[in-house]
Design a protein around this ligand. Structure first.
Ligand SMILES: Cc1cc2nc3c(=O)[nH]c(=O)nc-3n(C[C@H](O)[C@H](O)[C@H](O)COP(=O)(O)OP(=O)(O)OC[C@H]3O[C@@H](n4cnc5c(N)ncnc54)[C@H](O)[C@@H]3O)c2cc1C
Length: 381
């Protein structure tokens, strides 16, 4: 690790100890109280600077490598912090940078960069989960603007977002990914209604069922080309998968570290349970899996920095990191037994949170489809 990256990690460690210490993470998880105060702090630390390209629209050559370290370190301390960071950096800033007009960038990048809030991505619907091309929310011409009608489900952070990016069908005769357009919608616009959904994990990333009843927007709210929404979404999801991979590696490392501490401290049969080979080897396998997932996440960020085409790698990194987190938390729960099963245990939170990532933002099955299609097999034949 370079001196600069080590320094970055240390400043994140200090910031998290001060502004979101472990007790506070547990309290917020229990009370479903999102740590939104961190946005201002991330901004003051310059963490969002990493996402901004320079004047000539270029990123510096280590930008994603540094970003991935930030996301991993935040994920190590609290997944809730990393997910919040990613809603600004990936759903917000990267959507604007890769797909929006100069005017939209000028209006919203400064606000996201200043830590005023995040963006929400409103894609999923009751009938359109993995099959995002099945969305039925529609946007029709209304005078010089658009009228959006439909329902979205499971939308994270929607109520306090600066804007929701809503995917709607603008060509009623289109099917699949064609004829879909992205709109920026105010969460408190007339015609928007929200109901909070209860869930078992990721309790600090509040989820909403959203009604869109004739919501009026203008042409200035259209992101990218009319009918070109799916291409924009692919770019957003590419960066979101990269960010999530790094964050999840951090959480997986935290789970292994927690299990190691327990294995060294907990005694049964007058010995630390970590002295039993079956437990020690299990921990060794867990650490090896996390190290492999980290290598892939870092390889992905280096490939993005090098400008390589890496959508297969993004799918692989997300697949490996999220499945790794699921496995290591499963083992962590077994190693900690009743201590892990107690509501307030960190392992319990890692384990509950882990269930989401292997289907959110592209399920493992769909990622395997993408990877195999890229290899020219499966649906790719
Ligand atoms: C806490 C939470 C937060 C979320 N946040 C957001 C958000 O901010 N924005 C947003 O738009 N959405 C969000 N979602 C929705 C999420 O993206 C979807 O849950 C996800 O896309 C999977 O859709 P589904 O749950 O309908 O599962 P389904 O699509 O019904 O899939 C069920 C199972 O079938 C498998 N499957 C489906 N199709 C295939 C196939 N062709 N081949 C093989 N297997 C297949 C899937 O992999 C999965 O295992 C969130 C969900 C949750 C629970």
């Amino acid at each position: 690790m370079s001196f600069e990256i080590e320094h970055l990690c240390e400043s994140i460690d200090r910031m998290m100890q001060r502004h979101l210490p472990p007790d506070e993470v547990r309290r917020r998880d229990e009370q479903a109280d999102p740590p939104n105060h961190l946005l201002q702090i991330f901004s003051n630390m310059g963490l969002f600077d990493l996402v901004l390209p320079s004047q000539d629209n270029d990123w510096d050559k280590n930008c994603w490598t540094r970003l991935s370290v930030v996301q991993e370190r935040l994920g190590y301390h609290a997944t809730m912090a990393a997910l919040l960071f990613n809603r600004v950096a990936c759903f917000g800033m990267m959507t604007l940078i890769t797909s929006a007009s100069k005017d939209q960038q000028n209006r919203f990048l400064p606000r996201l960069h200043a830590g005023e809030g995040a963006f929400a991505l409103a894609l999923s619907e009751a009938g359109a989960g993995s099959d995002a091309g099945a969305i039925r929310t529609r946007a029709e011409r209304d005078g010089s603007g658009w009228k959006i009608t439909g329902r979205k489900i499971w939308i994270s952070g929607a109520a306090d977002a600066i804007k929701m990016i809503v995917a709607a069908r603008t060509d009623p005769n289109s099917k699949g990914g064609a004829g879909i357009t992205l709109f920026m919608v105010d969460p408190d616009a007339a015609g928007v209604s929200m109901t909070r959904l209860e869930k078992i994990g990721n309790r600090c990333s509040l989820s909403y069922d959203i009604g869109l009843d004739g919501v009026l927007v203008t042409d200035e709210d259209v992101i990218g080309a009319v009918g070109g929404g799916f291409d924009c979404l692919k770019k957003t999801l590419f960066y979101a998968r990269s960010g999530l991979s790094a964050a999840v590696v951090g959480t997986a490392q935290a789970a292994v570290d927690r299990a190691v501490v327990h294995a060294r401290e907990r005694e049964q049969f007058r010995k630390p349970i970590g002295s039993f080979q079956v437990i020690a080897h299990r921990l060794a396998n867990m650490q090896t899996e996390v190290d492999l997932a980290r290598l892939l996440a870092r390889e992905l960020s280096a490939a993005i920095d090098a400008g390589r085409d890496c959508s297969r790698l993004a799918a692989q990194a997300k697949l490996v990191s999220t499945e790794t987190l699921k496995r290591v938390t499963e083992h962590g729960m077994q190693i900690m037994a009743s201590a892990g099963y107690a509501s307030e245990s960190d392992m319990n939170r890692y384990w509950r949170d882990a269930r989401l990532y292997s289907f959110g933002e592209g399920s493992s099955e769909i990622l395997l489809d993408l990877i195999s299609a890229d290899m020219g097999v499966g649906r790719g034949i």
